[in-house]
Design a protein around this ligand. Sequence first.
Ligand code: ARG
Length: 458
Amino acid sequence: MKLWEGRFEKPSAKSLEEFNDSLPFDKELWQADIKGSLAHAEMLFNCGILSEADYTLIAKGLDEIARDITSGKLTVKGAEDIHSFIENELTVRVGEAGKKLHTARSRNDQVATDFRIYVLSAYKTLGEKLQGLIRALLVKAKEGLKLIMPGYTHLRKAQPMCAGHFFNAYSEMFLRDLERLAQSKKRASVCPLGSGALAGTSYPIDRFMTAEKLGFEKPCENSLDGVSDRDFAAEYLFDCSLIMAHLSRLCEDIILYSAEEFGYFEISDEYSTGSSIMPQKKNPDIPELIRGKTGRVYGHLMGILTTVKGIPLAYNKDLQEDKEGLFDAKKQTENCVFVMAELLLNISFKEENMFKAAGGDFCCATDVADYLAKKGVPFRTAHAVTGKIVRSCIEKNMTLQDMTAGDYKKFSEYFEDDIVEKVKAENCAAARTSYGGASPERVKENIKSIKKRLKKFN
Ligand code: ARG
């Protein structure tokens, strides 16, 4: 039964129903819809708009519907949307009282409320998963405290660093994401219920009561905006997109560092895949898939932004297109965050390779220049002298660590015997003790601070 069929002489065309109906996907909102209806009915009763007898029947009916959907006894199908489905089902179960539930309400404020309830709970789940990911990164950062690896710029070896620094960098990104989720959630915590179709209602409703019962911070202050606003959906999708961007960067690093050419990380067999033709292959499908899904989540963000951009106030059916992308983005992002945490715990380090690479390819050249500059040579001059040393090493097929103190002294009178020690990769990393730097001591501090900031979200 349609909620609006009274005005129509003929039934809807089959093709219209197939095209128009949202039940196949908005059934995802069934719990939010029942929750919203229960709060609405209770408020109507409290405000004297619904009798106690009717309210009792409605509340009992809605509870039973929830129980039957959960147990599988009731299948959600055969209606235009989830709101119609539940209202129809209620009326079948409790009779006339069910027909009073929609008093002082429109599907426009109902769907806006349901969707917000859904998004608020999605924030909670995603936040919990992100916390798990940061905990996994902390495990790796701690393991990395003893290890040295090269840091890169332009994907060329740049400077040696304590390997924990790498994992902490990603923890910082995901901590920002966690904070962003909390801030976005707060902004989304505004209840549109009671906005009616667009202009509010003439019934003496209490919007503060429903807002509070549903766990919102407050009711929205403008009914026209209340039914039209989908900023909260766009913002959730943006938050997912940025999380995916961070995951995707981490994936790229993992893929590179586990490749033969780098050989720093080894992904366990359980988290790797093989090739149907090349027997030797061990492929990083998991991080590749997460990287791939990033595009899909961005797509959903573009989708919602484009959907809302041209529609006049207030509700238009275009807004029905706000849901499927978000449902998918939620599922994909949550999965990716969860899988990444598992993947990290299944990565081991090839310590020798990391260490060798950290000293190789003139990774310690900055430290040679700094050595001279600290002795009073202007940094630009020290840079030029070190550049000459590098060039000479390349010609002689030598590393900075192969050079003796005597070799160094030929390039500048400021070099002393200690340069040989200073130029070792572990010493270069250890020397980066500036606040936020890559020395093990600073990395340890960073781990402590990340743990402390993470605790705030529990
Ligand atoms: N299925 C609709 C949606 O998702 C519910 C709101 C319907 N409102 C309306 N005026 N047709 O947007």
